[in-house]
Design a protein around this ligand. Structure first.
Ligand SMILES: *Cc1c(COP(=O)(O)O)cnc(C)c1O
Length: 405
């Protein structure tokens, strides 16, 4: 692991030319700390850094939360391998299914795949045996997502018994994933938890009988919603560890979860610039398709942000941005690389002014949730869609808040 100070000096340029994502690593760390402290002592936290750390940067996020994370989770083999290349040494779990052609790479990098089929386990075991490496795996259990995982029951238990006897495989963990823990009504989460606990207990018993004194099976089920709403979840649901995703990045999983028990700080701000300002006459249309036509003289700012940067086209004509601490409405359609905003009532706005697409400017704030609502999108989705051409600027302090970057 590189020291965080090295990392900051390497990456921080307090400026950007057309667009940037400002990532507050201090807030990611604070969010993780707050979650850790809110759970029963000894509960481990797995930092979910898939989708390049929900758009914030997987390696940077992993380094920021390292003191509070017992390990990390990625979605794909490539994401996991790239974390290792970035110097992450703690355990890494791949949450999605991985094609067996990638097993050797995972084994060589000590990365845990998820197993939920006996045949896949057999292939993994064969490759591990050939390489002379003992491979750790986590078993996925499907208790209500109908996505991946063993269906709890006798057949699955028998298959797991056979897997446990395969060469060079160590069943390190077992987990399930909630479909509806972000709802106020925890009925479904409770059902899933009970089904998982019963099955995980049988698996633990089976493994301990086969190998007395073995390391305790690591059981995990909570996601961000379960952590944030832990006080509403069934007793014991912390199990051995919890998987923290969206909440680490400062977003609440839904409107229905408790927003007051754990204070989350949004990690990401999305900033752009005014590249041109002009006045238009009544009757002038703005952007593709002429969906907006001025009815009075207006002052219009062209902003260097578009859907190719990940700014949602669904915000056309509806979304707002912040300029000089004031709200400016988007006029007409969002283009691939640019959009237009109404600065008629912001006479102080000038070319090269900072434009806040998401984040804070003075007293005003546009949240990811607001942009999701305005664009008909989803607040989990927007940060993942912010494009590769948008530079990430990392900060550990309050510099960059307001208009100072
Ligand atoms: C994405 C994911 C998580 C994290 O979910 P959040 O809602 O972001 O906390 C946890 N577990 C699994 C299996 C996932 O796929």
């Amino acid at each position: 692991m590189r020291r965080k100070e090295d990392h900051v000096t390497e990456n921080r340029e307090n400026t950007f030319d057309r667009i940037c994502v400002l990532v507050h690593l201090d807030r990611i760390r604070e969010n993780m700390k707050a979650m850790k402290e809110s759970l029963p002592k000894g509960t481990k936290l797995i930092g979910v850094v898939k989708a390049d750390g929900y758009g914030c940067g997987a390696g940077e996020t992993a380094r920021a939360i390292e003191p509070y994370a017992s390990g990390f989770a990625a979605a794909t083999a490539d994401e996991a391998l790239s974390l290792r290349r970035e110097g992450v040494v703690k355990p890494i779990l791949v949450l999605g299914s991985v094609c067996s052609e990638r097993f050797y790479e995972l084994l060589a990098a000590d990365i845990r795949p998820v197993i939920f089929e006996e045949e896949t386990a057999a292939v993994f075991s064969r490759i591990a045996a050939e390489a002379g490496i003992r491979g750790k795996v986590h078993l996925a259990v499907d208790t209500g997502m109908s996505r991946i995982g063993f269906q709890p029951g006798k057949k699955a238990l028998e298959a797991i018994g056979r897997i446990s006897r395969m060469e060079r495989i160590e069943i390190e963990g077992i987990f399930t994933h909630f479909a509806r823990a972000d709802e106020i009504d925890k009925r479904w989460a409770k059902e899933q938890f009970e089904a998982f606990r019963t099955f995980a207990d049988s698996v633990s018993k089976l493994l301990e009988e086969a190998e007395p004194g073995r390391k305790k099976l690591f059981c995990h089920c909570l996601n961000s919603a379960g952590i944030v709403d832990f006080h509403r979840m069934p007793e014991g649901s912390e199990m051995d560890g919890a998987r923290a995703g969206i909440a680490m990045y400062g977003l609440y999983p839904s409107d229905e979860v408790d927003h007051s028990r754990i204070r989350l700080l949004p990690a990401m701000e999305f900033k752009s610039r005014i590249t041109y300002i002009k006045e238009i006459l009544p009757g002038t249309s703005v952007s593709y398709g002429g969906t907006f036509t001025a009815e009075r003289p207006m002052r219009i700012a062209t902003v260097s942000a578009g859907y190719a940067d990940g700014y949602p086209r669904g915000a056309s004509g509806k979304g707002e941005v912040l300029i000089r601490g004031k709200r400016a409405r988007i006029l007409g359609r969002v283009c691939m690389d640019q959009l237009m905003a109404d600065v008629t009532d912001i006479p102080e706005a000038e070319k090269w002014d900072e434009v806040t697409l998401v984040g804070r400017d003075g007293q005003e704030e546009i949240t990811m949730e607001e942009l999701a609502k305005a664009s008909g999108g989803f607040h989990y989705e927007l940060p993942c869609l912010i494009g590769k051409r948008v530079p990430r600027i990392y900060t550990w302090g309050n510099e960059g808040q307001n208009s100072s970057i």
